[in-house]
Design a protein around this ligand. Structure first.
Ligand code: ADP
Ligand code: MG
Length: 247
């Protein structure tokens, strides 16, 4: 076996994928540029770390479960005045996740609640945080079936080990008493260990009716709003204003 083959074999054994794939190129480049031994080693190790980070990020993005990718750069702050550029920049620093602050985006359909949530989640993934996105409807299904469905159990484990959990569309579909209890238990579990983003078309004052029990609602709100930024988003629906027409 020649030396290059030997390098590739060892790299494979050690899971050094960058080196395994690029061994020839690295050696050639080093020869061509007269790299020092130290330069070569640094280059290989740097690239290996870079590749691992990239793979880990791709995995985190896939596991986050975003229904679509939305970018914060595409969010028009002139259209949605309820959140300022300064606030967005502050949120992009991600300090709120480190400090386990929650965000609540309230408002009618089309004002950008989901867009903002996903784009913040996307940036968090980019910066190395573990993020889970679920709709309230999907969350209820997962909570109710986690004992009997391996898929739900897996999703639940991911949610419970995330630094940021995005729960989209609270209030669009009615919730049973059992579901409200499960929701409370989840919020209790996440409280003190993760940040939560909740989007809802219902004001906080309507959550009691939604969750069906004043004591339970108080307990839920108590935990969520303890460290929390609330954005009441108003204005017109972006969808309606930018309605696409065929003719
Ligand atoms: P909501 O969740 O409040 O119902 P969405 O976030 O789903 O609203 O927004 C509806 C559509 O309009 C999405 O395609 C979203 O990307 C777009 N949108 C909403 N607000 C804005 C905005 N301020 N700038 C750019 N696109 C927006
Ligand atoms: Mg939405």
């Amino acid at each position: 076996m020649d030396k290059l083959e030997q390098i590739k074999e060892h790299a494979k054994e050690l899971n050094l994928n960058y080196l395994r794939i690029n061994a020839d190129k690295i050696v050639e480049e080093a020869d061509l540029n007269d790299y020092s031994y130290q330069d070569i080693l640094i280059k290989v190790l740097d690239s290996e770390i870079g590749l691992r980070d990239k793979k880990a990020q791709e995995r985190r993005l896939k596991n986050a479960g975003f229904p679509v990718i939305k970018k914060i750069e595409d969010f028009d702050l002139d259209f949605q005045k309820s959140i300022t550029k300064k606030q967005v920049n502050r949120l992009l620093e991600m300090e709120w996740i480190d400090r386990m602050y929650n965000l609540i985006f309230l408002g009618p359909p089309g004002v950008g609640k989901t867009h903002l949530s996903i784009s913040l989640g996307y940036k968090a993934v980019e910066q190395g945080y573990k993020v889970s996105f679920v709709t309230m409807d999907n969350l209820m299904h997962v909570l109710k079936t986690q004992e009997i469905s391996r898929k739900s159990k897996g999703k639940m484990n991911r949610i419970l080990s995330s630094s940021l959990v995005i729960i989209d569309e609270l209030g669009y579909l009615p919730i049973t008493r059992e579901e409200a209890n499960l929701f409370f238990q989840l919020v209790s579990a996440l409280h003190e260990q993760a940040s939560i983003i909740i989007t809802s078309n219902k004001g906080l004052e309507d959550w009691t009716e939604l969750l069906g029990d004043p004591a339970l609602t108080t307990a839920v709100l108590d935990r969520i709003t303890y460290r929390c930024e609330l954005f009441s988003m108003s204005g017109k629906s972006y969808r309606l204003e930018h309605r696409k027409s065929l003719f």
